[in-house]
Design a protein around this ligand. Structure first.
Ligand SMILES: Nc1nc2c(ncn2[C@@H]2O[C@H](COP(=O)(O)OP(=O)(O)OP(=O)(O)O)[C@@H](O)[C@H]2O)c(=O)[nH]1
Ligand SMILES: O=C([O-])CC(=O)C(=O)O
Ligand SMILES: [Mn+2]
Length: 629
């Protein structure tokens, strides 16, 4: 009787006082912030989602401990062997909730053309009419967690803040690692500051007495962005890219729109510091590769060539704004790594292995008999393990033990090669930008743009063979301009235009980063990689570094597609690679390139009059150069 009376009052929006009395935690929020918009927005979400409880996250280690122990107690996650991996946990997702769902990801603008052919679109009013009944009561039986967070160093002029509400404690634990989340972030949101509101629910309300499951989610999923109001609503998934809304939803889809509106760049790029230890000179490089194409690996690379050092600023996202000196300064808006586990090993990426030794959350990897984690490529397979479905597994099982998109979530500060400036509010000045994709043919190991316009065209023409990071057919080639196809929050034609406009926005175009394209994934006729990759990619970084310092064509040779390394300018000392492989790695096949170009033309035609004229010019110029070749 009493309970139903409370629920009745709770559902009645007029009885707000009554409701705040009961839910002391809104008072907690009020005691911590004087930003009325934050308070009102959280109240509105509570009224809509109707959680049993509200918890305002402070972002402390105690909070993390409490939430993880609760999840362990319920049997929803597994505590790993504390002697091997202190304060680390394994979660197994629902088998249907293992990757981003691009087909259920929407950009809701008033005009469809503003979302572009690169996005699923729905009118914001219609989308809200669809979502409201879904969110209504979606947190019944659960706690609503309120997470204020900063993307980027607290109070940096390049950073931006958000507030996410969620009914998933596992999401809270991930967000604590991936962002600067809690009291400090809330304090940085001043009285009249704007923030990005992020509503998230796994879409699995609990009826009274209903037993919960380890990974609640809903077969109906909606990952929704309202670029015109800089806000996000995500329903039905607990998986990283769909649920940690600071990541792809805010830092790329919404931030790309903020960046367009204000003359900066929000990109799917790693950031690394590269030092020539002999001269002492250091440069920062940003690189965009599609999902699961090597950003984390390049960001933490251990050079195989002596005298060179790589340090990590970020492995996935990069925000760049112009500094007073006219250069582009970058921050990594994130505070952790959400990395692909399979393939990570002491030979491919020892620094990542070091970074995930403690305080790490694992999703969908295998569990060994001594309560540690394992995945394909880590080491020789264990005799037996528990696979990501929770079933007994042995090497004879004939299926992978870890999901190909299984991930680790680890604090960036644990990376042994973390850059001293990774948390600097000023950001780091970028000297070179690299694009790349997974291409088994056509694209050489490395080449350089003639200028910014040509570089923009190179970014626009990025294409890659599909990986497990998204739904779709593995291996299929798709255009993925700037590695932003799933992440650009507006019409990609306009996005090309925005990149081109950076040349005019810069006070001095000569200070813009130099632009390069790389391909670690070219294969020979037997399907074997021609280039050893990983640490050996330092050879390519060295060439890029030297090209940034070079006068004119020093170290380079003109080709129809751009500058390629001149003879002997790529350091191959001590590398075991055949002359044939090298020739193949750098071969430029006119017909393959013309095919690529015609595929690009076809791809670009969908943007209609939103495609900048300059991109057409670039395509025509490339065609002319190829025909003369
Ligand atoms: N052959 C080859 N494979 C590589 C290289 N670098 C990375 N990989 C493989 O590519 C896969 C994904 O690499 P990551 O570095 O995690 O990719 P990412 O771009 O950070 O991925 P997201 O987190 O999805 O954005 C792993 O299986 C790596 O082993 C390389 O230089 N050569
Ligand atoms: O967002 C995710 O799920 C992981 C990621 O970095 C990507 O897919 O690029
Ligand atoms: Mn990514």
């Amino acid at each position: 009787m009493l309970k139903s009376a409370i629920i009745k009052n709770y559902n009645n929006s007029v009885l707000l006082n009554h409701y705040t009395k009961r839910f002391y935690s809104i008072d907690t929020l009020k005691s911590k912030t004087n930003n009325k918009n934050v308070i009102n927005w959280v109240e509105e979400q509570a009224k809509l989602c109707k959680p049993d409880k509200i918890h305002i996250c402070d972002g402390s280690n105690e909070e993390f401990e409490r939430l993880t122990s609760e999840l362990v107690q319920k049997g929803f996650i597994t505590k790993l062997n504390p002697n091997k991996r202190p304060n680390s946990f394994l979660a197994r997702s629902d088998p249907s909730d293992v990757a981003r769902v691009e087909s259920s990801t929407f950009i809701c603008t008033k005009d469809k053309v503003d979302a572009g052919p690169n996005n699923n679109w729905k009118d914001p009013k219609d989308m809200k009419a669809t979502l409201n009944p879904l969110f209504d009561g979606c947190m019944k039986g659960r706690t609503m967690y309120v997470m204020p967070y900063s993307m980027g160093p607290i109070n940096s002029p390049i950073s931006h803040v958000g507030v996410q509400v969620t009914d998933s404690p596992f999401v809270v634990c991930n967000m604590k690692i991936m962002t600067r989340m809690g009291d400090e972030a809330l304090k940085s949101i001043k009285e009249n500051d704007k923030f990005v509101p992020c509503l998230h629910s796994v879409g699995a309300p609990l009826k009274e007495g209903q037993k919960d499951v380890a990974w609640p989610c809903n077969s109906k999923k909606y990952i929704v962005h309202y670029p015109e109001e800089y806000s996000i609503a995500s329903y039905g998934s607990g998986y990283g890219g769909n649920a940690l809304l600071g990541k792809k939803c805010f830092s790329l889809r919404i931030a790309s729109v903020m960046a367009r509106d204000n003359g900066w760049l929000a990109e799917h790029m790693l950031i690394l510091g590269l030092t020539n230890e002999i001269s002492g000179e250091k440069k920062y490089v940003a690189a965009a590769f599609p999902s699961a194409c090597g950003k984390t690996n390049l960001a933490m690379l251990t050079p195989t060539i002596p005298g060179w050092k790589v340090e990590t600023v970020g492995d996935d996202i990069c925000w760049m704004k112009f500094g007073k000196d006219g250069r582009l300064y970058a921050i990594n808006p994130e505070n952790g790594f959400f990395g692909v586990a399979p393939g990570t090993s002491s030979s491919s990426n020892p620094n990542a292995l070091e970074a995930i030794k403690k305080n790490t959350l694992f999703t969908n990897v295998a569990l060994t008999s001594d309560n540690d984690v394992w995945w394909e490529g880590l080491s020789t397979p264990p005799m037996k393990a528990v696979d990501w479905h929770g079933n007994e597994w042995s090497p004879q099982s004939g299926i992978p033990a870890a999901h190909p998109n299984s991930r680790f979530t680890a604090p960036i500060s644990q990376c042994p090669v973390i850059d001293p400036s990774w948390n600097d509010p000023k950001g780091v000045p970028i000297s070179a930008i690299i694009f790349g994709g997974r291409r088994s043919s056509t694209i050489p190991l490395v080449y350089q743009a003639f200028d910014w316009k040509h570089g923009t065209f190179m970014g626009a023409s990025t294409a890659s063979e599909l990986t497990a990071a998204a739904e779709g057919t593995l291996g299929q080639l798709r255009h993925d301009p700037f590695a932003m196809l799933p992440f650009c929050g507006y019409n990609m034609g306009d996005y090309f235009g925005h990149w081109l406009s950076m040349e005019q926005n810069s006070k001095d175009a000569s200070k813009l980063p130099k632009i390069f394209y790389v391909n670690w994934f070219r294969k020979n006729k037997n399907g074997k990689f021609l280039w050893p990759g990983f640490g050996e990619n330092s050879r390519v970084l060295k060439w890029i570094f030297e090209r940034c310092n070079a006068k004119g064509e020093e170290g380079a040779q003109q080709s129809p597609i751009g500058y390629i390394p001149a003879k002997k300018s790529l350091d191959l000392d001590g590398l075991d690679i055949s002359k044939d492989s090298l020739r193949e790695l750098f071969s430029i096949d006119k017909n393959e390139w013309l095919n690529d170009l015609s595929s690009m033309r076809k791809y670009c035609s969908q943007f209609g009059n939103r495609l900048p004229k300059e991109i057409e010019n670039q395509m025509n110029q490339l065609e002319n150069r190829l025909n003369e070749y």
